[in-house]
Design a protein around this ligand. Sequence first.
Ligand code: FMN
Length: 354
Amino acid sequence: MKIFEPVTMGRLTLKNRVAMAPMTRNRADDDGVLPEYVAEYYAQRAGAGLIITEGTQPSVGGRGYAGTPGLHSDEQQAAWKLVADRVHERGGRIFCQLMHTGRIGHASLLPEPWELVAPSAVRADLTVFTADGSEVPAETPRALEIHEIHGIIEAYADAAQRAVDAGLDGVELHAANGYLGHQFLSHGTNVREDEYGGTPENRARFVVEVLTAMANRIGADRVGVRLSPGGSFNDMRGMDDDETYISLVKQLDELGLAYLHVLRRRSTPLHQQLHDLWKTTFILNTGYQGSSELADLNEIVTSGESDLVSVGRLFISNPDLVNRWEKGLPLAEWNEDTFFTSGPAGLTDYPFAT
Ligand SMILES: Cc1cc2nc3c(=O)[nH]c(=O)nc-3n(C[C@H](O)[C@H](O)[C@H](O)COP(=O)(O)O)c2cc1C
């Protein structure tokens, strides 16, 4: 099956076309440092052609959940080095997803002087978790000043540098699922009247500038980006327009990035249009709306709809997912109850098929 064949991406040869989708697992300590067993969790999943890690904050102010890791301190970087080393020892490839959560978060997670910030002061109509785990209505974020936007772009470039220094193969900008990058792209969350808002080109500017800064720092072929056009997660329903994504992807294509990673929505053919505009590697996530059956995913890569597919939850419960698929072995069910709990249970204790 074509899905099991190697594929070139940037400067890497990936051993198959199945990527592990980025998944937040909330096991980092209060300083955003990952414990050693998380390195084992990723190493167990090195059979993926590419691992994309959990969302990781590029700065203290980008942290929207208790337990997400960071990549802005030496201690955090050392923990990521252990992850990279363990994955490489087992022949895997790994990109770190960089995620600033913008308006999704809570003041209790942000030490002073950091505040909840976003492109505009538009509140998400949902509940969020505080530092002590209670669920409360989201607060209205403060609109970013221009100099703060430039500071965040710089923080992303610094985190990309730390990723490479830690030995990771590259970084993915999380511009999907209603977090900061997506908040700039959407007309519902970005009502700015300066060069970062208004027209589709202006709304695309932040994501273009972050990716350009990261590419300049570590090389474009070590930088990917994730988009979810039309996605409703995190109260983004009805807030996207196709023009913004088309403008964005046209500009990004010129950078020569490693890949474009898109969450597919069944209701729109936009992902196909974006793929047509894109010259390097394309990764599709069929998301919660599609099938995760091997035959269907193989059809996606065979038909050319995408170069790779990314798979999330099946990798939680099947560390050796690709091997199981290749050998026709049964798959294990995931347990949602341990997606975001603390400790190794639900993370490293899913068995390998024998
Ligand atoms: C526990 C969990 C955590 C997730 N965290 C992230 C994340 O940090 N970044 C991200 O881009 N997507 C995240 N997602 C979305 C997944 O990457 C993926 O798009 C989604 O699970 C659908 O794919 P699947 O049906 O193969 O699981 C998460 C999903 C799950 C289940």
